[in-house]
Design a protein around this ligand. Sequence first.
Ligand code: NAD
Length: 248
Amino acid sequence: SMNDKERFADMIRKSKRIVAFTGAGISTESGIPDFRSAGGLFDRLSGRHFTGEETLSIGFLETYPELFFRNYAAHFDFSQALPNAGHRFFADLEQTGKEVTVVTQNIDNLHQSAGSSAIIELHGNGTRWRTFDTAEPADATAVRMDAEGIHRDPQGRKVRPDIVLYGEMLNEEAMERAAAAIGAADMLVVIGTSLAVYPAASFIHYFKGPYAVLLNRTPVPQSLTFQLAVQTDAGAFLAEVWQEFFEK
Ligand code: NAD
């Protein structure tokens, strides 16, 4: 019988349209902690006066901007992180002629750095900034903070990272594109997500294709029927699959 890697490679070969649905777990092998694992961000931020979720909410940003940005700078500066074999797998897979879409909950820009060309960002991207009120793009490199923790761009506009905080709506267009890509896919690979953050986690239910795969380090509630579920470190698993079955 085929082992997990063979089965995974076989499903890829039989699929034309592939969607990778990724969460924080695909980036832990790049040195970025996830939220819910032991030692993850929720552990580090909570136990103070606020829970991790509160410190990442729009209400917290508006009420305690100084504290919000202190946390943000300490825990969400991913500018030194590099993509790992998990991110690279889906960028490289495009080169084999497959139609690959990445739907990510991450804000770390690592799928982009790896070279994937079709990326739907459900929660925005921390490398971009935008104005508070009108959501116009702002130059992230020119943002300055005042004594109250208010960040402004050179034109004096109040700006913030272009990410979706707790208490905020997801971008309509991103949601529509994610639903369409997942609904049209032959293969869905769900990677490194506790499937606990909504509405993002609900998008996998648009999938109607034959091959749903789960790659996660720990067990997660399987709200979708997976043809293959592998408890593994995604980067290591995908590196081996690439080497054994796709590398020329
Ligand atoms: P989560 O922390 O709730 O869950 C991560 C899951 O990934 C866990 O089940 C964990 O066991 C698993 N995991 C950890 N390392 C793994 C690995 N190497 N291979 C396979 N599985 C691994 O993350 P979430 O579901 O994405 O929800 C948290 C929210 O916060 C999301 O919106 C997320 O994108 C955001 N967040 C983003 C980043 C980032 O951009 N890198 C980091 C932390 C949190």
